[in-house]
Design a protein around this ligand. Structure first.
Ligand code: RIB
Length: 282
């Protein structure tokens, strides 16, 4: 069992030829809407990779909520602890994707920011995956109460207290986030996974590299959700007792597959596809 404490968004995606520079208008994009949010993406990714998953989070009492939750519901993620908050809008992410698959994201947190530490007092918190798109005090309360394994995806990079880092067994960040947290990640005692885009990922402890994996070559359509898939897959694999190098290879393969389809949640891979690609490229 894994419990995710994190964000639930509706992603509003414009796929066009290029990303706009400040002040620029890019015309001719295609519009799509998909369920997203780093927390919800990681919950569904872990479920599709074989774990039983509960989601703790919040949406608004609005029309976007059902749309934001529909793939979690269809995928069998437990939603008993998702609050519907009156007077708040469901979180939304405005995403621009270029022809080469790069993206820019602006997040409007809405109900995600209305989650309170009391909201994590009661849900079972066995094996926590926590994501920084909900308030830091919520994540700290959840990490302190959790039993079993604690993964923290410190994305996006924000000021966080040392007490939070000290609760983690695994911290997952990308290169930009790793640079923002700096040496604090080396000193916190957790294993730290740094995703490196098309270069794969490295796993460190106390600043020293303990594993490195390169992803299989894939045709990149859209990288949104790839980092979430990586974090979920690494957590699932470590919880299954796989060795660090094996778990990292599994995670970069799952992350690569998430880049081959558009959208966050629609692109999250299923276990059989990750296993098949892993054996084909071994
Ligand atoms: O990591 C990708 C996610 O970041 C998107 O689904 C978007 O909602 C933002 O939270």
């Amino acid at each position: 069992m894994i419990t995710v404490v994190g964000s639930i968004n509706l992603d509003i995606v414009a796929t066009g030829p290029d990303l706009p520079r400040p002040g620029e208008t890019v015309a001719g994009a295609r519009l799509a809407m998909h369920p997203g949010g780093k927390g919800a993406n990681q919950a569904l990714a872990a479920k599709r990779l074989g774990a039983a998953v509960q989601m703790v989070g919040a949406v608004g009492a609005d029309d976007m909520a059902a749309e934001a939750l529909k793939l979690l519901e269809a995928g069998g993620v437990g939603l008993t602890h998702v609050a519907h908050i009156n007077g708040e809008t469901t979180g939304a992410a405005l995403i621009a994707v270029s022809a080469s698959g790069e993206n820019q994201i602006v997040v409007c947190p809405g109900a995600n920011n209305a989650l309170r530490a009391e909201d994590v007092d009661h849900p079972p918190l066995l094996n926590l995956m926590g994501v920084l798109e909900v308030p830091v005090p919520v994540l700290l309360a959840a990490a302190r109460r959790a039993s079993g394994f604690v993964t923290l995806n410190l994305a996006p990079a924000l000021p966080v207290p040392d007490e939070l880092l000290a609760e983690a067994d695994l911290i997952s960040v990308n290169e930009t986030e790793a640079a923002a947290y700096g040496a604090r990640l080396d000193d916190c005692g957790a294993r730290v996974a740094v995703s490196l885009g098309s270069e794969g990922a490295v796993l460190k402890r106390n600043g020293a590299e303990i594993a490195r994996a390169r992803p299989p070559q894939v045709t990149v359509v859209d990288t949104v959700g790839a980092g979430d898939t990586f974090t979920a897959a690494l957590t699932v694999a470590l919880l299954e007792g796989r060795g660090e190098a094996d778990a990292l290879a599994f995670a970069v393969t799952a992350g690569a597959l998430a880049c081959t389809r558009p959208g966050a949640q629609p692109s999250l891979p299923h276990r059989k596809d990750v296993d098949a690609l892993l054996s084909a490229t071994a």
